[in-house]
Structures are given as C-alpha cells and as structure tokens.
Design a binder for this molecule. Structure first.
Ligand code: DGJ
Length: 718
C-alpha cells in the first residue's frame, strides 16, 4: 500500500495490494487516469491517454465532475447558489496525505485499527465564485484491493448554498462493452444476481424508500465479457449507507462509462450555511482481476475485519433458536422455557425472544413504542424469563423494533408529532405502523434511554433490531421549511447515532439488524451490527439464491440463516431437515421452529447438525468463500469455505431436483493449497492440485432436495 505523488505532473498514484488508482490534475481539473491492475510507479504514468483540456470536458475522464461547463454527462454533485444559479467550477487547490483513515463523523465506514494499515489522500478543489470547496478522500489499505472514497463539501463562501446532489464517488472508465452486475429482489426474494450488458444510456439502481431496501442493494459492479468467478476484470462499487442511494452507470457517446454511487439526489436538498460542511457517506471501490470471486473475497475480508466492529467481530457466533416461526405472537413464559429446554439438550447456545413481548401486542397492529413487558404473556417479567432461559444453559436475546411507533400506543398518544409526517396530510401506515422521526434529537434520546433501561435491567446477550417498513411522508414537525429536504438523510444520521450509542453502551451484546429480512442488508448497518437477518424466506431452496447473491458483497459471518419447519411458512415446500441444515450452516446458523415438536429421529439429526456446525463455524465465519456453482445458472448449487491458512475446508453441494442420467457428480474445488494433500472425510486423500484441477468426484445424490457436505483437512505440506 502506497500513495506516490509525482509533484511535477501533479499525479497521485494510489497502490493497494494488486491495484493501482491514478488521479492527475490537468489544467486544474481532477482527471481520472487509471484504475486497474497494479502498475509500477514508472516515470511515464502521466502519459496515459486522456483529454486534458478545459475545452473538452465532455470527453475528459474525471474524478468529481460538475454541471454547467460543457460536460453533459451526469455530474457528481450540484449546488444551488443564493442567486438561483446551479453552476460551479471546481479547480484544484491542494492535497495532503494522512496515515490511517480519518473517521467520518456520525457515519459508518471502514476503519484502520493502526495507522500503518491504511493511507488516505485528500485532494481539495474549489469553486472560486461561490466559495464551495470539495475535499475528495481516497484511502488504500495494506493487503487489500479496496479504495474507499468519499467527499466533503464545505461552504467557504459568505452566502448560503443548497446542496442538491453530493455523490460519494464518480469514475469514468473505458469499459462500455462490460456487463453490469447487481443484486435485485423483493421481500423474501432478496439479492438475486442480475447481469446484463451495459449499453448506450444509463443503468440506474436506486432506493427512494428511506432505506436501502429489498429491491436493490446499494452495490453495482462492471464485469468484462466472460468474466466469471475466477477470471476477468471486475470493478465493484459498494455504498456504506442504509438509506436512499443511487448507483448509476452511464455510457456516453464516446463509449466511456461514468459510474457513480452515493446518496440519492432524489428529494434531497441540504442547506449549507456559510462555514458549514457536508460529509458524504463512503463508497468502497474494489478492482479484481480474478473475476467476481476475487471481488467478493476482497469485500468479505474488509467488511468482516474492518467494517464490522465490537467483540463479536472476531468471535464465532452462537447457534440460536428464535421463536418467531415457532409461536409468532402466541406464547407464554412456559412455552418459551420449553423450547429453550430442548434447545439446551440439542446444544443450542442462545434463545431469541422475537416480536410480541411488549405493550399489548398480540398481532402487528399495536404497541410499537411501548417498550414495557406484556404482563399477560410474561407476568413475572422479562428479567424472570431471561433467568429461566439462562438456567437452562442458554443465553437470552431479545427482539426490538425501536425506529417505529404504532398509532395504537401510549407513546403515540403522548407524542403524536414524533413520527415522520407532513402536517395536514394523511400519515401512510404500513404494517399498521408509522416511523419515528429520528431526525429529532429528543426522539433519539428517548429511544436510547428506553432501550438502555431494558438492556441494563435484563440479562441480555443478543438483540435483534428490526425495521419493518419504508419511509413515507418524509417530513419533520421540528424542521423549518427550507430544511425539509434534509429529513431522509437526517433520519439515517439519527438511526446511526442511536445505534452507535446503544452498541457502545452494551459492548457485550451481539446485535443483529433486520428489516423484514434483508431490507437493510447493507454495509452501513454492518458497521454497527455485525450480522443481518438475510431474509424472511427460510425455505432452503429459495435460500440458495438469496445466500449466493448476498455473498457477492457480504461475508457468511454477516448472514443469519435458520432451519425452519416444513411445510415452509413462506412457500409451502417440504424439504428434508438435512438440506435445511446444510443451507443454514452456510451462514450464521440457527433454528426458527418449535423444537419441542421434533420427533426422536429429528432430534438426533439436529444434535448432529449443531455439533457439526460448532466444528466448522470458524471456517465458515472467518474463512474465505469460493462459489463453485451458481443456482442462477445451474440446477445444482455449490460453494466452499477455506480457512485462512488453507488447512481446513468445507464444501457444500445442493441438488434441488433429481435427474435421470444427470451430469457426473463432480466439483472442481478452489482456494486449496496445490502443494498439500487433503483428507476428504469419508472419501479419501487427494492432492489439493488434483481436487482443484481434476475435481472431487462422488456418488450422485438420489432424490429431490439432496445435499452433501464434504470436510477437508490438510495432512501434509507436500
Ligand atoms: C420481520 C422479521 O424479519 C421477522 O424475522 C420477525 O422478527 C418479524 N418481523 C416480527 O414482527
């Protein structure tokens, strides 16, 4: 990792592990010169082709393009001046390089634990007329191919500015013949992989829901034609934010692609008083010469080790049982204790009490905001229940949905203006609930105090933080008219402040975020909560696609995956317990069903699964993922995890439907040490080179919904 500055040519060469990123100042303009495979820092870098003239901005590759001076492509930012004009012209002012990576105050972000782990370049450019100054920040990390980018916009003038657009990163690339790869879906069908050719015009991926959303993940990649899991060039863009986002790839008349990612400018209008500054969230850019697999592993390592925080970051996660699909709202303390008791016998480590323990909540129509125990269900209180669970040998976890308020709640009756709303207009309810106005400090403080009281009075080891609706009527009773366009982002800043304070106050608690499943599965959330409930769809066949797609950006340690009952509650499918277990074991493992209903045979199988997961979870949660076969392209799915030292591996293979004369049961493994031999449990001993080049062959699996797990252990170094 280095940042090399060629002072004469004003050229900045950032080097990561295997990547170079080059910016140059030409005639005052911040020109994008290169991003890709690492280059030697030879004297000729400035000669890379470009169009370094002010007159031809429309054809110049730029780093933070503006609007109004002859570049007609989509700009990276836009401000409105007090005179009503919207034109600015940024010209280079200076730069500085700082060790490590400065924190983005109030925002999630990748971090360096030691200054030696990262280097940050800050380039400043200014619009002389308005006084607007933009500081572009670029960080590179030791041993990584990621570049973190963000922008700070400072009003250095004397008059108020309106920020209408402020993206985090913009890059102009010569790759218009590439494919665009992204994750799309819906509730219970999250993160389905999409791939299609770029073409003239724009590909826009965005959220206008006030949350990142089930529909599109804040991520986009450009992949060279034919790039696959192992080879080919891929440029990834991941946005560390949980609210409205925009990721756009615009192919222009010169066949260049402008790729941008950041806050969605839609409905965004931020007042920047003289002297004020606005920090954008950050984008993590990853270049991989090793296809999508290489890109994913770069994201996985960075997000697992330097985005997630807290004591659970490096610890194996507990196996849990959650009562949602077991009981829904209908439970008693005895019922919960019974489930926990069986859980203890099976080796499960944590019980999670889901929705319905508070206020008068017996369905989803009431009580959000009334975070006091429902005495009808739990007459002796939460503390007593936690104690009973603990006495069974399990830790106790609790569900909350703190960002919400039910119109039928004591909180709403006391503070009807504490929800997001626009005075005089209908308040759109979804799941019979409204969203608290977390742009208001007193609301954040109230929720913090309320949660703190519960978390400190009950023995809680885990919290599931849910969020079950998108934002509507985004307005705040506390904000003046000219600041109403700030509320969607201010809401997210309030959520982040609340999460920061709570997770700091309760460092021993493992937090999992959730948003009707994966509605907010994004890097922003992972900064506060190191795992996310991947999807409300627990069907193991559906989960193959959901977990495969999610793994494009996010590591297995972040993906909650549970075994649920059959027929499956979302799709009605019957799959065997073995496949349900194998799919869920590929993530952060747990159960979500009534354990007391197991037959003796099922108990034996679950005991085996739990014991096995305890042996392999270190490899899954902290190892490297290699995707072997895609459920989006094949009838079979396979993936494998390899420990960092490559001495252990676990291979998962799934066959949804049986086929007569199906293809040979064989998998080319990946990521092993070619020089070492591996014992494949129950199969034999083979060289890593053989397993990767010839493949691992096995007896074809019989029947529908079949799965198989292979465990590999290295036995030698040669
Ligand atoms: C949505 C979550 O995704 C579910 O797991 C469950 O917690 C329900 N909310 C409870 O209301």
């Amino acid at each position: 990792m280095k940042i090399l500055v060629h002072e004469n040519e004003l050229l900045f060469h950032l080097q990561g592990d295997k990547v170079s990123y080059i910016v140059q100042v030409v005639n005052g303009v911040l020109v994008h010169q290169y991003w890709g495979k690492k280059l030697r820092d030879s004297g000729n870098l400035a000669q890379l082709p470009n169009y370094p003239t002010q007159a031809n901005l429309d054809m110049t590759s730029q780093e933070y393009p503006q609007y109004g001076n002859g570049d007609f492509r989509v700009p990276a930012y836009q401000v409105k001046l007090e005179d009503g004009t919207r034109i600015t012209e940024l010209l280079y002012e200076g730069y500085r390089i700082v060790p490590g990576k400065p924190e983005l105050k109030g925002l999630p972000g990748v971090y360096a634990e030691q200054d030696e782990e990262a280097l940050t370049l800050e380039i400043t450019a200014k619009d002389a007329y308005s006084g607007l100054t933009v500081v572009l920040s670029y960080s590179v990390f030791a041993g990584s191919d990621a570049v973190a980018r963000s922008a700070k916009l400072v009003n250095g003038g004397e008059k108020r500015l309106h920020l209408l657009r402020a993206l985090s990163a913009s890059v102009d690339l010569d790759v218009s013949d590439y494919d665009v790869v992204y994750l799309a879906g819906a509730w219970s069908r999250e993160a389905h992989m999409q791939r299609r050719p770029l073409g003239p015009g724009s590909t826009r991926l965005e959220s206008r829901r006030g949350m990142s959303g089930h529909q599109l993940n804040p991520f986009v990649a450009l992949a060279s034609k034919g790039a696959d899991e192992d080879q080919g060039d891929v440029f990834g863009f991941s946005f560390v934010y949980s609210g409205n986002f925009l990721a756009e790839a615009e192919v222009d008349f010169m066949k260049k692609v402008r790729v941008q990612i950041g806050l969605n400018p839609f409905d965004f209008d931020w007042v920047l008083e003289a002297g004020d500054s606005f920090q954008t969230p950050e984008a993590i850019l990853v270049y991989s010469a090793e296809g999508l697999g290489g890109m994913s592993r770069t994201y996985h390592k960075l997000y697992r080790t330097r985005l997630c925080r807290g004591q659970y970051r490096d610890q194996v996660r507990p196996i849990l049982v959650n009562n949602w699909e077991a009981t829904y709202f209908d439970f008693t303390a005895d019922k919960i204790e019974d489930i926990a008791k069986v859980g203890a016998e099976l080796g499960i480590e944590l019980f999670v009490l889901d929705d319905g323990w508070f206020g008068k909540r017996n369905d989803d129509t009431t009580s959000l905001g009334d975070w006091f125990v429902n005495e009808k269900k739990l007459p002796l209180g939460l503390g007593n229940l936690a104690e009973r669970i603990n006495n069974q040998g399990l830790k106790f976890g609790l569900w909350v949905e703190p960002e919400m308020i039910s119109p039928d709640s004591e909180l709403y009756r006391a503070h009807p203006d504490w929800c997001l709303h626009v005075e005089g207009r209908r308040r759109t309810e979804a799941r019979t609930q409204l969203v608290l106005d977390l742009s208001r400090q007193e609301v954040v403080d109230y929720i913090y105090d309320t949660l703190s009281k519960i978390f400190s009075s009950v023995s809680i080891s885990y919290v599931k933080w849910d969020m079950n609706r998108s934002l509507t009527e985004i307005g705040s009773a506390a904000a003046p008219a000219e600041r109403q366009g700030e509320i969607a982002h201010r809401y997210m800043l309030g959520v982040y402040e609340l999460m920061e304070r709570i997770t700091t106050a309760f460092p021993h608690v493992l937090f999992e975020s959730c948003s009707s499943g994966g509605g907010r599965f994004d890097p922003g959330m992972l900064y506060y909560m190191p795992q996310t409930w991947t999807s409300d769809d627990t069907d193991s066949v559906e989960r193959l696609k959901i977990q495969y797609g999610t793994s494009l950006v996010y590591p297995a340690s972040t993906m909650g995956a549970h075994v649920s009952a059959v027929p499956n509650h979302q799709v009605g499918r019957f799959t065997p317990l073995s496949m349900r277990g194998d799919v869920a074991m590929s993530g952060n493992f747990g159960y979500e069903l009534d354990l007391t209903k197991f037959t003796e045979e099922e108990r034996v199988e679950v005991k085996r699964q739990v014991a096995m997961y305890k042996e392999i979870r270190g490899i899954i949660q902290q190892g490297e993922l290699y995707r072997l076969r895609s459920p989006f392209e094949h009838k079979e799915t396979a993936w494998m995890f390899v420990s960092e030292d490559r001495s252990d591996a676990v291979v998962f293979f799934f066959k949804v439907l049986a086929e007569p004369f199906g293809p040979k049961a064989s998998l080319h493994l990946k990521g092993l040490d070619p020089e070492r031999d591996y014992v494949v449990e129950g199969v034999g001993t083979y060289g890593g080179d053989r397993l990767m080049n010839v493949g691992l062959s096995f007896e074809p699996l019989k029947g529908d919904y079949a799965s198989k797990v292979f465990r590999l252990k290295a036995v030698s170094s040669h």
